[in-house]
Write a protein that binds this ligand. Structure first.
Ligand SMILES: Cc1cc2nc3c(=O)[nH]c(=O)nc-3n(C[C@H](O)[C@H](O)[C@H](O)COP(=O)(O)OP(=O)(O)OC[C@H]3O[C@@H](n4cnc5c(N)ncnc54)[C@H](O)[C@@H]3O)c2cc1C
Length: 390
């Protein structure tokens, strides 16, 4: 295995860093934890789009960059390192655009992809429901045919990007009589259609990045069904690998990692810098070891993708490992900061802009979203190790 990047790839990394440094200087953004999932900045997304960095791996014939998954990994790694506010375009770039490319009609590709590529279409992920999380196939939202339309009724929760989305990726039941996995279809629809009501979910960190979305008699033209009717569940499985696979599962709190190391250099305790304390050094060194393991697991996913294989087991392993790393990072940072580490960003005494409590609270959800750690371990056990299903 060759762990080095090529000269072109290193040059691309530098180009991304230069861009981010420049935008930081201009004040376009402040580094933040969870920027990829909670940092909504249409201005920033448009700038990324102008560089051709949305849809970097998509085919050139549809306006994409035609570049490798490794280059996308470099791009996302730098965005995460700088805590850039990339949430407006992240989901469409990462998975929904790819789903449209894989299963969509030519008309769908021509209608949606250029808007995603320009940083104008923000797609929320509408899968989970109050009674359908890990067991997504038990979802109840219905899409009933009516001439050229489907009429959609139901409720979704935890729809990402709900406040900002221009489109929503929606999974609904199209055949109530079929076995539950075989009667589900995928849609990408205009989020402003009559009958759609969005109610923000205020999460444990106080963020309104997600929402409950209610669908009441929503008329959706049939041309917005993605792929094959009633085969949606099987199409989703492929997309979930992309949702789980990225460095965002490891580096969502990188600004905190960076800041806490700096903090131990600058803060003195009993006459010595904190970074000279053996316990603290060991905690940070342990995190660094785990960070590198997570990085390698994620790089492996990308290599599998560039070989044209579905990174199913690899993505499950990487996400299970990386999200628990993020939880440990938040816990170590909060420990090191002591009682001050619990102060929220509003407090005048807050250290590190309140990143530690934000990450401590926010990271509890990481091992739930996009597949819980238990479900991921089931995938590794069954598809990876060949153990029997329960
Ligand atoms: C912060 C956050 C963001 C999210 N973002 C989105 C989003 O953008 N779009 C979206 O559609 N959804 C989103 N979700 C929802 C997420 O996908 C679900 O929370 C997740 O699938 C788990 O479903 P659940 O919450 O219903 O828990 P359940 O599925 O009810 O699980 C409860 C517990 O049982 C365990 N469990 C369940 N099944 C098994 C099994 N077979 N074997 C072993 N253990 C099992 C789980 O691991 C968990 O510990 C988000 C959730 C969170 C917390």
């Amino acid at each position: 295995m060759d762990f080095r990047f090529t000269e072109e790839q290193e040059a691309f990394r530098q180009e991304v860093r230069n861009f981010l440094e420049e935008e930081l200087k201009k004040g376009t953004f402040e580094p933040s934890c969870d920027g990829w999932i909670q940092g909504y900045s249409p201005e920033f997304s448009k700038k990324v789009a102008e560089r051709g960095w949305i849809g970097l791996t998509w085919p050139r014939e549809y306006g994409g960059g035609g570049r490798s998954n490794i280059e996308r990994l470099i791009l996302t790694e730098e965005m995460l390192r700088y805590g850039a506010p990339a949430a407006c375009h992240w989901f469409a770039d990462r998975q929904i655009g790819r789903a449209v490319l894989a299963y969509g009609t030519d008309e769908q590709k021509k209608e949606l992809l250029p808007r995603i590529l320009k940083g104008e279409a923000y797609v929320g992920l509408g899968m989970s429901e109050p009674e359908a999380g890990s067991d997504l196939a038990s979802l109840k939202t219905r899409a009933v045919e009516d001439g050229d339309y489907y009429i959609i009724d139901g409720q979704k929760m935890w729809t990402s990007c709900a406040r900002y989305m221009t489109h929503v990726y929606l999974v609904a039941r199209t055949d109530p009589d079929a076995p539950k996995h075989r009667g589900i279809s995928e849609f990408v629809i205009d989020a402003n259609l009559p009958g759609i009501t969005i109610s923000p979910t205020i999460d444990i960190t106080g963020s309104e990045a997600w929402g409950e979305v209610f669908y009441d008699n929503v008329r959706v033209h049939k041309k917005y069904l993605i792929g094959e009717k009633n085969r949606g569940f099987y199409q989703i499985l492929n997309q979930l690998d992309y949702e789980r696979a990225g460095l965002e599962r490891l580096m969502g709190n990188y600004p905190l990692f960076d800041a806490i190391i700096q903090f131990t250099r600058e803060t003195r305790h009993n006459g010595k810098p904190l970074c000279e304390d053996t316990l603290i050094r060991h905690k940070l060194a342990q995190l660094q070891i785990e960070f590198e393991i997570g990085r390698l697991l994620t790089y492996r996913v990308v290599l599998v993708m560039d070989e044209g294989r579905a990174p199913n087991v690899e993505a499950a392993m990487a996400k299970a490992y990386c999200t628990t790393f993020e939880q440990r990072l938040a816990s170590v940072a909060t420990d090191i900061l002591g009682l001050y580490g619990q102060l929220l960003s509003e407090s005048r005494w807050v250290p590190l802009l309140g990143m530690a409590p934000h990450s401590y609270l926010g990271s509890k959800g990481y091992s739930l979203q996009a597949g819980t750690t238990e479900v991921l371990k089931n995938i590794v056990a069954t598809r990876g190790l060949g153990l029997p299903t329960e």
